[in-house]
Design a protein around this ligand. Structure first.
Ligand code: IVH
Length: 753
């Protein structure tokens, strides 16, 4: 018996160590928080009953660590404590009872109740009101020094008090808070990823963690993180008596403090509010995983003291997890309009956070392989807010050997064409533009509200029209006649009349809307807007793409004979060869503004020992490709992958014929003339960098409305670089080549002149 217990303790310790590592170091948890907590509690209980079996390095003996080795370590001025958990009301009642036993019999216990933010703990030090250091929680004693990265977060004051009227900063103040993504910022980040042709981030908390641990703080600055501050770890010259006062003080100093904390009279007041909070959980702008309940009075808190790593005066009330485990019973394969193949997990139905979930996104096969998810696995499924439920990973320990690997299918399940995986892509694609599933999805999107908005043309109508052969592609819609439509089942005169009228109206949609409707991979309305700003017609875009294509081909013709056919045994040389084989994504963006292209190319290609003639031929070919690509590559917000998508879409025969038919049928293919509100900036070229007071697109529109031009990269031709917060390397470049750098206010002043 006691041997079994000893074994169980050892097994639990080993498992928890593993899960700690997967969660904190690898950012890839394999069990749910609830399951972790269950294991942790079981171990805690066994150790309490049998202290002789407790191992010195038991996971219960230490605080989890997020230390990562890449950052200098800093010692926290006081241990960064954690919280014990309560899972239901009775846990809270027991907690209060235990506390009462440690306090005078007549003690009045008031509580501060606030949301438990699902982010990363951060410890920030201010000396004489100036932010001097920010560190992660690490192992509770030492943390990673991430000062430069935290300084990029706009809700973190660099100096306190933010408003000098609000009192004076203490000599030293160390605060604790949480860093996270607001849901909207996380969605936006994923929209940008998609626009760049990059895979979406799966989990907001892990992405926030990754963002904070960037080596280059400019990368952190690009992510719109938010910080909330909720406690004081240490201070000099402060005299606060309660949590409630502390929150007020932090607010006065200008910290972002959750406005909805409540001071509760007693525990009944607290528990009365919990259901309401739980119901509101999905409506909050950020993710929370419970509520934090703290004894308000500091005198009482310090009397209660600390047990292990948890202060007795505070507890986390965890909401039921929005995660659950269930069995992955099968897979469905979807093919989207771009041909992208997406696997979806079919699950044994499971109840998560009030909803029955029976399928969940697996994102893509690369992710499936990376997480080693197998057919028949027990998997952890998460749902949060509005996001489609997704599979976090397998429960490896639950395998019985009957599970089988999941591999991408070799051919399209709808048209049997062999699937392809473009170089560098995570997704697999059906390359057949006539694939019935792709055509259906393309048309569905094309007529939808966000695209051409053709009323009366739902999926059923489209399917019927395809069925009888009236339409094969988007353009055919514009050539529909009344007669064959009337012959269809369910198409009465009025219905046909209305449908034809809405098709007619759709011909006049804006150029931007037409571009969006084409459903080109990565080109949503934002990118379509960027293209419309820079190209005045479809023909311009077709010409630009053709020019790039032809320059790419002639670069390949020049380069290919000079390159070894077989891979070399040197990784660096292979990388170089791969760059030369993908000049549009690998070379053009790097050398777009190189004043000394010849020298730089010679340096890059040195390992290939090319002759001077060959070098100069390559330089000419690259110059031509750069010149051809400039109109696309210099558009800020258009990454190399998108440029490649655009070129390949517009040089594709099928797409070209669809566009030609649409033009012929009278669909609008030209941008509207821009209306100028002034000409104060005429002849001037601006480059924008850093975060402005409004989205950068608005500043760009403002410049253009006043006759100026906005380009993506700094050169001698740039009149001004406009620098916002946390500007990038463009400012360094401007200073180097003596281009004036101005602020957003100065730009506005120029316009007002
Ligand atoms: S107070 C000593 N308040 O939850 C008490 N923690 O599970 C310090 N957390 O490590 C914690 N929101 O990172 C507190 N409003 C809040 C919180 C909060 C999130 C995190 C914190 C802590 C973890 C404990």
């Amino acid at each position: 018996m006691s041997e079994d217990i000893q074994k169980r303790v050892a097994q639990l310790s080993a498992d928890l160590h593993h899960h700690n590592y997967m969660y904190h170091v690898r950012n890839e948890p394999v069990i749910t928080d609830a399951e972790y907590n269950r294991l942790f509690r079981e171990l805690q209980e066994l150790e309490a009953q049998h202290p002789e079996f407790a191992q010195a390095d038991s996971p219960t003996q230490r605080v989890g660590s997020d230390l990562s080795g890449d950052f200098p370590k800093v010692r926290h001025p006081a241990p960064i404590l954690s919280l014990s958990n309560a899972f239901d009301e009775s846990d809270l009642v027991n907690w209060e009872e235990r506390n009462r036993r440690l306090l005078p019999a007549d003690a009045q216990l008031q509580y501060v109740l606030q949301p438990k933010l699902d982010g990363l703990a951060i410890v920030i030090t201010y000396e004489d009101g100036v932010l001097v250091r920010a560190a992660t929680r690490g192992n509770g004693e030492f943390g990673d020094d991430v000062t430069a990265n935290v300084k990029t977060i706009r809700s973190v004051p660099l100096r306190i008090p933010v408003d000098p009227e609000r009192g004076a900063a203490p000599e030293r103040l160390v605060v604790r808070g949480e860093i996270l993504f607001h849901n909207e910022a996380f969605l936006e980040l994923n929209r940008e990823q998609e626009a760049q042709g990059l895979p979406a981030y799966v989990n907001a908390r892990n992405t926030a963690s990754g963002s904070l641990k960037q080596k280059d703080s400019r990368e952190t600055a690009k992510r719109k993180l938010t910080a909330y501050v909720y406690a004081i770890v240490d201070s000099d010259g402060l005299d606060l008596e309660s949590e409630w006062e502390t929150l007020q003080f932090l607010r006065d100093m200008g910290f972002n403090v959750i406005t909805e904390a409540a001071l509760c009279e007693d525990l009944a007041d607290v528990t009365g509010r919990l259901p309401d909070w739980e119901a509101r959980r999905d409506d909050l702008p950020f993710e929370i995983d419970g509520m934090v309940l703290k004894v308000d009075s500091f005198a009482q808190t310090s009397e209660l003291g600390v047990v292990g790593k948890d202060p007795r005066g505070a507890i986390a009330y965890k909401f039921p997890a929005e995660e659950a485990t269930t069995k992955l019973v099968g897979l469905t394969i979807g093919v989207g309009r771009t041909g992208k193949v997406t696997p979806t997990a079919q699950l044994e139905p499971v109840f998560i956070g009030g909803v029955t979930v029976s399928n969940a996104s697996l994102h893509n096969y690369e992710q499936v392989a990376a997480l080693d998810i197998r057919q028949g696995d027990r998997v952890i499924v998460k749902r949060s807010g509005d996001v489609i439920p997704y599979v976090i990973g397998p429960v490896v320990g639950a395998r019985d050997g009957s599970e089988s690997a999941i591999r991408p299918p070799e051919s399209c399940p709808f048209c049997e064409t062999s699937l392809i995986q473009p170089a560098g892509a995570v997704d697999w694609f059906c390359p057949n533009p006539k694939c019935p599933e792709r055509v259906m999805r393309t048309l569905e999107f094309f007529v939808s509200r966000v695209a051409m908005d053709i009323e009366g043309m739902g999926p059923q109508t489209i399917a019927a029209l395809i069925e009888v052969g009236l339409i094969e592609d988007e353009a055919d819609i514009f050539n529909l006649d009344a007669e064959p439509l009337l012959a269809l089942e369910g198409f009465a005169e009025k219905k046909v009349e209305n449908l034809l009228a809405s098709i007619e109206t759709a011909k006049t949609r804006s150029f931007e809307q037409v571009l969006t409707s084409l459903g080109i991979d990565g080109i949503g309305s934002t990118v379509a807007g960027l293209l419309t700003d820079n190209f005045s017609s479809m023909q311009n875009l077709l010409d630009a793409a053709a020019e790039i294509q032809s320059a790419s081909e002639s670069f390949a013709q020049t380069a290919e004979p000079l390159l070894p056919v077989e891979p070399t045994d040197d990784a660096a040389t292979d990388r170089l060869l791969s760059r030369l084989r993908h000049p549009l994504t690998e070379l053009v963006p790097r050398y777009l503004d190189a004043a000394d292209l010849g020298d730089r190319l010679a340096r890059l290609l040195k390992p290939l020992h090319l002759s001077a003639d060959h070098l100069s031929a390559l330089q000419d070919a690259l110059s031509r490709l750069i010149a051809a690509s400039r109109p696309l590559h210099s558009i800020e917000g258009l990454g190399p992958v998108l440029v490649e998508n655009i070129v390949s879409w517009f040089t594709d025969d099928h797409n070209q014929s669809v566009l030609a038919k649409m033009l012929e049928a009278g669909v609008n293919m030209r941008a509207e003339e821009k209306i100028l509100s002034g000409s104060g900036l005429a002849g001037k070229t601006f480059v924008l960098t850093g975060a402005m007071s409004v989205p950068r697109g608005e500043i760009k529109a403002l410049v253009e409305a006043n006759g100026g031009k906005v380009t993506g990269s700094v050169s001698k031709k740039t009149s001004y670089v406009v620098a916002g917060d946390a500007p990038g390397s463009k400012v360094d470049k401007a200073l180097k080549i003596k281009v004036p750098v101005i602020s957003e206010d100065e730009l506005r002043a120029l316009i007002a002149l």
